[in-house]
Structure formats: structure tokens, C-alpha cells
Design a protein around this ligand. Structure first.
Ligand code: ITT
Length: 194
């Protein structure tokens, strides 16, 4: 089954392919870029983007809005993660946390999936801590400064498969995959096929 993934971020595509490819989903990256609205939640951003893309995108499609939320910074950079990464980078976050002992943070991913008729949302979240120095050369974005709970290594020290077992994106994809599978089985049961 073909799934069109609307994103300009190749790393997101690689992570989605790693997870959904072996299950028979063919992930096709589409460089259709919805405008990034300013909103208080990732859900609002993802929903706006999916509605905006509806007339242009091939179906079924999904897109994903994600963010990095640092507790001691009251959730910053949160919905502004992409902009803050472009302007301050992860070193900017480390500077803001200089001398700060409480280093809890989380990544959140919201997937908006459009099946041609309706939009469904799937969420994934991972808790962890911010390092004092960047570590590792894999991944993207804030990966070098984030250690998920249950590991002693940063996302940037993991390969794609290992990161996917912990990550917000992995969990959101898993939720979507579970729903797609039920849809698929239901469709098969009714003899409708895809
Ligand atoms: P899109 O084209 O899909 O929008 P993007 O990179 O702009 O790609 P977002 O708008 O969802 O993605 O912004 C999320 C930002 O949060 C992203 O640019 C990274 O800096 C950061 N981020 C999200 N997921 C991450 C991950 O798994 N590892 C590291 N940083 C991540």
C-alpha cells in the first residue's frame, strides 16, 4: 500500500521507511510544504497542514509535526522547535541550560493521516534528559543532546532502528500502523481489498 509522506525532512522519511517498509507500506516522500502556522499546540499545526494540503496531495497521505519540550524552559522550544533549531541550534539549548540541574525533556510527534475522506491524528511521546554536551553523529535536529529514558545513549548515538524503538516518531508511527492494519484487515474481511 502506498503512503504519501508530506515532508521536507529526509530523516523523517528514513525513520518511517524503516518502521513501515517491512510491513508492506511503500513510503513516498512528497515535497509539498504547507505554511507553518503559529499555534499553541502541535495538534493544531498538524491539522491545519493536513487541511491545507488536502486539495493538492495524493491520497492517502500523512504528515507529522514534532517538537522538543524542555521542562526547565517551560516547554521551550516546543512548537517552535524547527525555527529555534535553524536559529540557535542545539548548542543554543545547551547554553540556556547552563548551570541547570533539572534537565528533563520530551519529544512529541503528531501525525495527521488523510485517507481520502477524513483526517485522523496519532500521537507519540518520549521522555528523557538533556545532556551537558552533544554526543553522537547520527540522526538530525536535537538528537545529539537527548537521552531517552531506558537508555544511556543519545538518539545521535543510536542507529535508525534503535532510535525508532524509543522515539516519539516510532510511537506515533506504531499507533498509525496499528490503525491502518485494522483498517486493512476489516477491508480484507469484507473482500474489498485496497
Ligand atoms: P517537515 O517538513 O516535516 O515539517 P521539519 O524538520 O520542519 O520537517 P517539524 O516542522 O516537525 O519538522 O519540526 C520539528 C523540529 O523538531 C525539527 O526540525 C527538529 O529540529 C526537531 N525534531 C523533531 N523530531 C526530532 C527527532 O526525532 N530528533 C531530533 N530533532 C527532532
Amino acid at each position: 500500500m502506498k503512503l504519501h509522506f508530506l515532508t521536507g525532512n529526509k530523516n523523517k522519511v528514513i525513520e518511517a521507511e524503516k518502521r513501515l517498509g517491512p510491513l508492506g507500506f511503500d513510503i513516498i516522500q512528497e515535497n509539498l510544504q504547507p505554511p507553518e502556522i503559529q499555534a499553541d499546540t502541535l495538534e493544531e499545526v498538524a491539522l491545519f497542514s493536513a487541511k491545507w494540503a488536502e486539495p493538492y496531495a495524493k491520497k492517502p497521505f500523512f504528515l507529522e509535526d514534532s517538537g522538543f519540550f524542555v521542562d526547565s524552559l517551560n516547554g521551550f522550544p516546543g512548537v517552535y522547535s524547527a525555527y529555534v533549531f535553524r536559529t540557535l541550534g542545539y548548542m543554543g539549548i545547551l547554553r540556556l541550560l547552563e548551570g541547570v540541574e533539572k534537565r528533563c525533556a520530551r519529544f512529541v510527534a503528531i501525525i495527521a493521516y488523510h485517507d481520502g475522506e477524513v483526517i485522523r491524528m496519532f500521537r507519540g511521546e518520549v521522555l528523557g534528559t538533556v545532556t551537558r554536551e552533544p554526543r553522537g553523529g547520527n540522526g538530525f535536529g536535537y538528537d545529539p543532546i537527548f537521552i531517552p529514558e531506558g537508555s544511556s545513549r543519545t538518539f545521535a548515538e543510536m542507529d535508525t532502528e534503535e532510535k525508532g524503538r524509543f522515539s516519539h516518531r516510532g510511537k506515533a508511527l506504531e499507533n498509525m500502523e496499528r490503525w491502518l492494519k485494522i483498517g486493512y484487515e476489516e477491508t480484507e474481511r469484507k473482500g474489498l481489498g485496497f
